[in-house]
Ligand binder design. Structure first.
Ligand SMILES: NC(=O)C1=CN([C@@H]2O[C@H](COP(=O)(O)OP(=O)(O)OC[C@H]3O[C@@H](n4cnc5c(N)ncnc54)[C@H](O)[C@@H]3O)[C@@H](O)[C@H]2O)C=CC1
Ligand SMILES: CC(=O)C(=O)O
Ligand SMILES: [Mg+2]
Length: 604
């Protein structure tokens, strides 16, 4: 892994694939009449052909004219454009929520049409169904709630989960995104309102990885909330009790994991937006027992590492120079520590040195400043990355961001702190003195208001030659004279869909570090030199399906290499092992669900 020859191969132009969108076979439905119209998995609204209306008992329940899928699509997009026009000049939050509502109404009514408009307009709609608007939706969930989506397991359900899991109507679930709502983006503990995050992540799974919407399950584990405002809110929809702690908490998560795997032994569980202590503890507890991963720790690490390696290439340096880059990470939470761990492993492999030696280039800052071994009550999770003060030449325990940046003059300043604006003018100006002529600034916290700095401020204060990435999208920055400051979106959405899909199609029962590293390596090598040299570190979100197919193939092949791939449906382990890289990508692409109306066949 981190074989430099692989990166050299990126100079060869890659043919971007488009995956077949063959008409799917018939779809069995066990309902008739109005029940079908009220089921968004099967509903086609005015699109049911007359023969199907007869077969399914729908005649007379719809206006007589049959409207084609394309016409329905245009009708929706026209309504969306009218809404945009009619909300012009209104506050950003009002407009964002109005856009979310119109998409959500379609989601509730007709999933085929919803996912088609999402896939075709992913660049425009991702910021609505995902970060940043999803954060606003979570904050306002009680008021926005109309109908449930996904499943809710609460502390009051202890002892019942094994039977509750059978209340989910789909016979098969492949992908679950699970949260306990304790650290939603950079917005803190939002309790049950955090369900918006699993919903948004799974929308990305459908759009990017082509997991069928009938096989996804967003889950909220409601163990209470420590958010006083929510506890006092009359309209709050979750348990009004403080969060469970310790063994009581873990017993709830254990019961959920057992229940899921009793019903769907091969379902993959993505842990999302858990507060740090539980993020690490649950990963440690389950990663060798269940097919699961923690997106904030592991998905983010891979995306950040791909961006860091891209930054080296963008500086015109050979990739091997990564081992010499000085990197300051601000935020010692699940995301920041995940990034550090993976980046240090990469340096150690590239340089052929110990991880201890590889750490020397990295600096970690949390809310109390620079993390050193001098700290009282040093968090055990951060301890492996704490600096020895004797190595610091002038910096001391708790040094501020500006002090560290001035002293270290890092190549990269990377924020995963959840604190909006902490890369202030002074810090950004200090980055001008970086040892690199093209320093990189990664303001990765979400949503937008929690980003460590805006794109405009970064280019304004740190200089036009910086490389910039943020977790939530910003527009590219016009630097004048035809120059553009490119904004990259360093978000785990470039990896988690491929990690999930590749693991699923490999049939592996575990997700290993090797599989995750293969995903990161694939993303890192995805970009061509001509883009990288312009400071473009990640592919356009418009090509997210292609990226996901490549990442998925890399994950699958890593599972094969580790002898973990047991096969999926009718493709056995031997067939997987015999596939070339190209065939693996094709196989992944063939297995992506694509939204078209299937003929519905009723069966009792
Ligand atoms: N772009 C992406 O793909 C991802 C972004 N994130 C974002 O990263 C942020 C952090 O997530 P987690 O690590 O899970 O949270 P966390 O709560 O586990 O950690 C936050 C860390 O930031 C530190 N911090 C707080 N205030 C600070 C300050 N003023 N100066 C320096 N450090 C400070 C805390 O001490 C803590 O170490 C969130 O905003 C989240 O949305 C997380 C995962 C993926
Ligand atoms: C992107 C993401 O997973 C987060 O901000 O938590
Ligand atoms: Mg997250």
């Amino acid at each position: 892994m981190w074989n430099l020859a692989r990166f050299a191969a990126t100079a060869v132009a890659r043919s971007r694939r488009r995956f077949s969108t063959a008409i799917p076979g018939p779809c069995i439905v066990h309902k008739r009449g109005a029940d079908i119209l009220h089921d968004p998995w099967f509903n086609k609204d005015t699109g049911f052909p007359l023969t199907e209306r007869d077969r399914l008992g729908l005649r007379g329940l719809l206006p007589p004219r049959v409207i084609s899928f394309e016409q329905q699509y245009d009708r929706f997009m026209n309504s969306y454009r009218s809404l945009e026009k009619n909300t012009q000049g209104q506050p950003d939050k009002v407009v964002a929520l109005a856009k979310w509502r119109i998409l959500n109404r379609l989601h509730d009514r007709n999933e085929t049409l919803y996912y088609r408009v999402l896939i075709d307009n992913i660049r425009e709609f991702a910021p609505i169904i995902y970060t940043p608007t999803v954060g606003l939706v979570c904050q306002n969930y009680s008021g926005l709630f109309r109908r449930p989506r996904g499943m809710y397991f609460s502390a009051k359900d202890k002892g019942e989960m094994m039977s509750m899991i059978y209340n989910w109507p789909a016979p098969q679930v492949d992908m679950i995104v699970l949260t306990d709502g304790s650290r939603i983006l950079g917005l803190g503990d939002l309790g049950v309102q955090g369900i918006g995050i699993p919903i948004g992540k799974l929308d990305i799974y459908v759009a990017a990885a082509g997991i069928s919407p009938q096989r996804i399950l967003p889950v909220m584990l409601d163990v209470g909330t420590n958010n006083q405002k929510l506890l006092e809110d009359r309209l709050y929809l979750g348990l009004r009790q403080p969060r469970l702690e310790g063994e009581e908490y873990l017993s709830i998560v254990d019961e959920f994991m057992e229940a899921v795997h009793a019903r769907w032994p091969k379902a993959i569980v993505q842990f999302e937006d858990f507060q740090m202590k539980w993020a690490f503890e649950t990963l440690e507890r389950y990663q060798k027992r269940f097919c699961m991963f923690n997106d904030d720790i592991q998905g983010t690490a891979g995306v950040a590492l791909a961006g860091l390696l891209g930054s080296v290439r963008a500086q015109g340096r050979p990739l091997s120079d990564f081992v010499n880059q000085k990197i300051v990470v601000v935020g010692a939470g699940s995301a920041g520590l995940g990034v550090l761990k993976m980046a240090i492993q990469a340096v150690s492999k590239m340089a052929g040195c110990s991880e201890t030696a590889a750490k020397s280039q990295f600096y970690l800052i949390d809310k109390d400043g620079l993390v050193t071994t001098d700290r009282n009550n040093l968090d055990p999770a951060a301890a492996p990355f704490a600096k020895n003060p004797t190595d610091l030449e002038g910096l001391t325990e708790g040094a501020s961001i500006i002090e560290v940046v001035r002293k270290v003059r890092p190549h990269v300043l990377l924020g995963l702190s959840g604190v909006g604006g902490i890369f202030n003018e002074e810090v950004l100006k200090a980055m001008k003195e970086s040892v690199s002529a093209k320093p990189a600034i990664f303001a990765m916290s979400n949503p937008t208001m929690n980003a460590e700095c805006t794109a405009i401020d970064a280019f304004k204060h740190a200089g036009e030659d910086i490389i910039f990435a943020s977790g939530s999208p910003f527009e590219n920055v016009d630097l004048g004279n035809g120059k553009v400051g490119h904004v990259n979106q360093a978000n785990n959405m470039y990896l988690f869909p491929g990690i999930g899909l590749g693991s699923l199609l490999s049939g592996a029962r575990l997700i290993t570090n090797g599989m995750l590293q293969a995903a990161a390596e694939c993303l890192a090598s995805y970009m061509l030199e001509e883009d990288i040299s312009k400071g473009i570190l990640y592919p356009s979100i418009n090509s997210i399906r292609d990226v996901t197919a490549e990442v998925g193939a890399a994950v699958l092949q890593a599972a094969v290499e580790e002898d973990l791939a047991e096969g999926h449906v009718d493709v056995g382990p031997k067939e997987l092992a015999n596939m070339t890289k190209e065939e693996t990508v094709e196989y992944i692409g063939r297995n992506m669900w694509y939204p078209v109306y299937s003929p519905l066949v009723h069966e009792k």
